[in-house]
Every structure is written in C-alpha cells, then in structure tokens.
Unconditional design. Structure first.
Length: 196
C-alpha cells in the first residue's frame, strides 16, 4: 500500500504545474524516490542545466557532492539506494545578480510533508543548504549555514547538514578547513554504512 501511495504521489508531483506562471523556464519537477532508498539527498532546487537534462546534480556541484560522499555516479543515480528530494522541484530562475532564486514555497506547502510521510525511513539524510536545513532540522538550525554545518555532530547519525557544493562556496570551503578534515571523513563513513 505504501509503495502504491508513493508512486501515485510521485506521479502527481511530476505532473505539478502550480508554479508554472512564476517560472521563466517553465515547470519541470526533478526528484527521485523509491520505496527501497536508504539515503536521501535533500537539496535546494535544480539549476538550469538540471532543468534541461532532468537529471539531478548533473553539473559541477554534483561532481563535488559525489566526491564529498565518496561514491560514483553508478551508486549516486541508483534510485533503489539514493533518493534526491530538493526543497523546490523546479528550477526557480535567476535573480538580477545571476544567482539562483530561492526554491518556490509551493513545493513545501503542497508536497513535502505528504512525500516524507509515505517515503521510506531513510538511514541517512544529507541536508544541503539553508532552505533544506530549515525544513529538515526545524528549530535546531544555527543562525547561519556555517553555524548549522559546524554543529553537524549535534544532529545524530541519521542527518548530516552540508553547505551547497556549488563553486560559489569555494571561499567558504577555504575559510573552513575543518569541513574537509573532520566532516568529510564522517560523511563518507555514514554514506557507506547507509548504503551497505
């Protein structure tokens, strides 16, 4: 019954056009979930390249995320193992400065609680960026992404908060060497444990 509920909900999400009037590039929900997934990547929203391909993290940020996780594309894109559920399912467009706009709020209001109610119980959830931190960690988030990620030990073994793997965060990564020295080894161990 749960599998049928999940499949029906995924069909409805993929057909969703609630935000279409607000999306310059149109609606194209991009997500992956299966009843057997062990790990969930909860990110922000697809970028333009992902919008065009329909394949999540098919860009340099995906390369970096897979490197952080210590897995290749074969495992990353194995829907039986890995779910990918962004806070906004469609590319939200760009702001005046050329940065991605925030995820559209309609996804959370209409879909997320329902989706996570019928999704499998994940062994590990990677929570990427401020919007995902706020949804998945609720009132346990820090005052900034940096503060939330620095407190990664406080979220237990089933949740790991991460910054966005975008090139825009190269400066942040240089200023926070503890991320690669301490958090990345923990992340890789947790990913391997969840997928084994």
């Amino acid at each position: 019954m749960a599998r049928k509920s999940l499949n029906v909900l995924l069909r409805d999400i993929r057909a969703c056009r609630l935000c279409a009037p607000h999306l310059e590039h149109g609606a194209r929900p991009v997500l992956r979930v299966s009843p057997t997934a062990k790990l969930c990547i909860a990110g922000q929203a697809p970028g333009l390249r992902v919008h065009k391909s329909g394949i999540p993290y098919s860009d340099p940020s995906g390369d970096r995320l897979r490197a952080w996780m210590g897995i290749g594309q074969d495992i990353f894109y194995d829907e039986r193992l890995v779910a990918i559920v962004p806070m906004g399912f469609c590319f939200p467009g760009y702001d005046a400065g050329g940065a991605d706009l925030p995820p559209r709020p309609e996804c959370v209001r209409n879909w997320h609680d329902r989706l996570f109610a019928v999704a499998p119980r994940f062994d590990l959830v990677l929570v990427i960026g401020h919007y995902a931190h706020r949804y998945h960690l609720k009132d346990r988030i820090g005052k900034s992404v940096s503060e939330t990620v620095q407190a990664w030990r406080d979220y237990g073994p089933e949740i790991v908060p991460l910054p966005h793997p975008s090139w825009r965060n190269n400066g942040w990564l240089k200023k926070n060497p503890w991320f690669e020295k301490e958090l990345i080894p923990h992340l890789r161990a947790r990913v391997q444990a969840a997928l084994s």
